[in-house]
Each structure stands twice: as C-alpha cells, then as structure tokens.
Design a protein around this ligand. Structure first.
Ligand code: SF4
Ligand code: SF4
Ligand code: SF4
Length: 281
C-alpha cells in the first residue's frame, strides 16, 4: 500500500502534469529487487502511479536533470539532492525557471548492502504513522546517520512532517578523517595505495556524480588506453586527486560516488578531507 507521502507525491505530480505546469515529473520507480529504486520520469498522469517514495529512494536525482534540459521539469528532492541542485544552479548547469521542486522531508535512507547482509524480509522500512523509516543507525547510510537537516534548502512546496525531536547524529566520516590525519605520511600513503589499487578506472563514480558535469573529462582514459588496461597506479592517482580538486567547492558530500563504486573505495574520505581543509583555510 502506498504511504501518505507517496500518495501525496503522485497526486501533486499528476496535478502538475495535468495543468501543464511541467512536461515531466522526475522521481523514483520500484527497481527489480527490493530495496532498489531507479530514477523515473513520469510524462503522463497515468504514469505517476509508478512513482514511489520510501527508504530506498537513495539515488541523487540532481544527476539526472541534465537529460531533460530545456523542458519544464517537476522533481522530488530530499535535502542532500537539493544541495546538488543548488550547486548546479550556481554553476549555470540548469535553470531555476525550468524546475518545479517538491521538497520531501527526509529522516534517512536505507543502506541496502547493510540490510541485505542482515535479513531484508524481516525489516519494516517505513512507519506509516510517523511517515519515516523504521531503521536504526546500523541500517541507514552513513551520511544519514550524521544528517541534521531533514528539510531541503530549496523547494516550491514541501511534503512530509518534521520531527519535533532533533535527530540523533554521529559523524562516522569525521572519525575516519581524524583516523587518517593521525597516520604518519608513509602509513597514509600505504592506506591509499591499498585502497586505490582496487580501482578499475570504470568511471562509475564520475557517471554518478551530479557535479561532474564537464562535457568531456580530461581525466578519463579511453577503454583501449594501455594505462587503463593495466590499471596504472600513476593514472589512478592522477584521476582521483585531480577529480577531487576539480570538485572542491562543488562537492556537496552526497556520497553517490562512493555508493556506486563496485570496489568499495572510500572516496568520500578524499572529497570530505579536501572540503574540510578548504573550510579551515
Ligand atoms: S543525508 Fe539527510 S537528506 Fe540525504 S538521504 Fe540522508 S537523511 Fe535524507
Ligand atoms: S564527488 Fe561524490 S560526494 Fe561529491 S558531489 Fe560528486 S558524487 Fe557527490
Ligand atoms: S567507481 Fe570505483 S573502481 Fe570505478 S573508477 Fe571510481 S573509484 Fe575506481
């Protein structure tokens, strides 16, 4: 059965399409597996029935907006996605007058890998009474455990209820950065050597990043390039270091890059450390 937010989202998307305010409404549809959703653009009111909203709505929809450039887009955004949209607006990648934003109050999204590692069938993802996930900190994405802002900074209308009690937060990433900072230089180099030696230069991190918006990436190697085939460590380090510098002041810490990495490389440690250094300058 659809949750209240899901029903409201479908109704609003349908109304916006019917009245012609938007040409498409971008949200999520159920994926082929439980705990998986995929971005979905509803173009007719009947298609809005496929829209879902639940604790699996993790992918950052900001990264999909460029596909619909020049069209009037309705979109459902949680706070972290809205931050990416704000950056896209700041860098003139999208136009505010082409966007109608339904902000959705967010109290955390599920970490599918952690839940799959336990028992997905026994977990109730959503409590209809409170309109929020019923997940503990060990079942949420790390970024959600430290998230203090349920309401997006950007919206035309808002769905969902804000909890009266402030969220309990714990910043695991900060602890990881402090752990890295405590290492001496050779130990830190060995840590990154070990992590980045797993990189296959598949560029999934780049494809998932809403703020990697250069038309042609100077850092990406052709599939036939010998450095890519041999996983040349120089090429790998160059890609990651240059990409991180390129994204400084753009990166919002949405963590999509790390989430999609098939090798589980802790990419957010690079971006967040750089961001922390920039803020402290
Ligand atoms: S970081 Fe915050 S807004 Fe983003 S999914 Fe997690 S709880 Fe929601
Ligand atoms: S680099 Fe990673 S965390 Fe930063 S905006 Fe891109 S996907 Fe999000
Ligand atoms: S997604 Fe992972 S393996 Fe692929 S290029 Fe990025 S860091 Fe390397």
């Amino acid at each position: 059965m659809a949750s209240l937010i899901e029903q409201q989202l479908r109704e609003r998307a349908q109304a916006l399409l019917d009245e012609g305010s938007v040409e498409l409404f971008l949200g999520y549809r159920q994926g082929s597996r439980s705990l998986r959703v995929a971005p979905f653009a509803a173009r007719s009111s009947s298609e809005t029935e496929r829209l879902v909203w639940n604790a699996a709505c993790v992918p950052n929809l900001a990264g999909t907006l460029h596909k619909y450039a020049g069209q009037r887009i309705g979109v459902a955004l949680k706070m972290c996605d809205a931050h990416s949209v704000i950056q896209l607006l700041r860098f003139n990648q999208i136009r505010r007058d082409e966007l109608y934003v339904i902000g959705v109050v967010c109290h955390g999204m599920a970490d599918a890998e952690r839940i799959a590692a336990t028992d997905a069938d026994t977990i109730t993802l959503w409590d209809p009474a409170t309109e929020r996930p019923t997940l503990g900190p060990d079942q949420l994405l790390d970024k959600c455990v430290s998230c203090t802002q349920p309401v997006p900074d950007l919206y035309d209308e808002l769905l969902g209820r804000v909890a009266t009690a402030p969220p309990e937060t714990k910043n695991e990433r900060l602890a990881d950065i402090q752990m890295l900072e405590a290492m001496d230089a050779p130990t830190r180099r060995a840590f990154w050597q070990e992590q980045l030696s797993k990189c296959t230069l598949c560029y999934a991190c780049q494809a998932a990043c809403p703020l990697c918006f250069c038309k042609q990436c100077a850092l990406s190697l052709e599939r036939s390039d010998p450095r890519r085939q041999t996983r040349d460590m120089g090429a790998i380090f160059t890609y990651h270091v240059m990409r991180a510098y390129h994204l400084t002041e753009r990166c919002t810490g949405c963590n999509e890059c790390e989430r999609v990495c098939p090798e589980d490389i802790p990419l957010s440690l690079i971006t967040q450390k750089l961001e922390q250094d920039r803020e402290q300058r």
